[in-house]
Design a binder for this molecule. Structure first.
Ligand code: ZN
Ligand code: ZN
Ligand code: ZN
Length: 281
């Protein structure tokens, strides 16, 4: 069984943690696990002899994250939605264009790609050839698709009034920036070993799921392990983890999780066991 490695590139909310100028105890914490760059994950998996690297979202911290994790090639970008904290690092893919001598596909829903074209208009305008721009190929997501041998299933969700996409691959799913999951999407999130999902803070927010709301969703979906992401400065890492059920944890920047890549028939009856599965905490 081939596996898929997920690396949490960033676990923070749109402003990152610490938040500039903030003097709260989480922003001033000495615990490195309280430092959160903007939310993104890296998927690494074998495609024949080639090790593929795919990122979900290119955050304003993308360059720093890719340096930190020593990402030597980039095969594709998947976009969840067009908010600034998920796309603004796109310009920093240029070194991979040079090294790989080619375009990098960017997959997203139609609205997201339209936002990208508006926000990065210079990429799509004819240029003088004197300055470099990212070399990308826009790929509209219209349903499940194959990405270098990995089956990717988009999971529609709502982020306040805005439609967004989560993604499922094998027995893992990543669902950042949501406030609600439509009924039709729930079956796409069953039988998971790993569910990474938005849990901004305790206080309600019109665009994001809270810790309590995400715990309810975890109880309904029953993944073996759930990991919260897109975390605000309201949640101290160690203290929040200590109050969560054993199978639910906050992600942190640099967390890695190895998951089964192939979807097998038959559910193994997961119901929140207490063995930490994978994950270099
Ligand atoms: Zn966000
Ligand atoms: Zn703060
Ligand atoms: Zn957002």
């Amino acid at each position: 069984m081939s596996s898929l490695r997920l690396t949490v590139l960033g676990s923070g909310t749109s402003m990152g943690v610490p938040s500039l100028g903030c003097e709260c105890r989480v922003c001033r914490s000495a615990d490195p696990l309280d430092k959160r760059t903007r939310a993104s994950v890296l998927l690494s998996y074998k495609d024949g002899d080639i090790q593929r690297n795919v990122v979900i979202d290119t955050t304003p911290d993308f360059r720093t994250q890719a340096l930190r994790e020593d990402v030597r090639r980039l095969d594709a970008v998947l976009l969840t939605h067009g908010h600034a904290d998920h796309i603004l690092g796109l310009d920093d893919i240029r070194p991979y264009n040079f090294k790989q001598r080619g375009e990098i596909p960017v997959h997203g829903a139609r609205d997201t790609l339209a936002t990208l074209v508006r926000t990065f208009s210079y990429i799509f305008e004819s240029n003088d050839g004197l300055s470099t721009v990212p070399c990308i190929q826009l790929k509209e997501i219209a349903g499940p698709f194959d990405l270098f041998g990995l089956r990717v299933t988009p999971v529609p969700a709502m982020h306040g009034p805005m439609p967004v996409l989560g993604f499922r691959f094998g027995r893992a799913a990543y669902l950042t920036d949501f406030s609600g999951i439509p009924r039709e999407s729930m079956p796409l999130l069953e039988n998971l070993d790993v569910l990474i999902l938005d849990a901004l803070r305790h206080t309600p927010h019109p665009m994001h799921s809270t810790v309590a709301q995400s715990l309810e969703l975890v109880a309904a979906l029953r993944p073996a392990r759930a990991w919260f992401t897109h975390i605000a400065h309201d949640l101290p890492h160690a203290e929040t983890n200590a109050a969560l059920p054993a199978h639910v944890r906050l992600t942190h920047d640099g967390l890695t999780l190895d998951v089964a890549r192939d979807v097998h028939q038959g559910h193994q009856g997961h119901q929140g066991h207490e063995t930490p599965a994978g994950g270099t905490a």
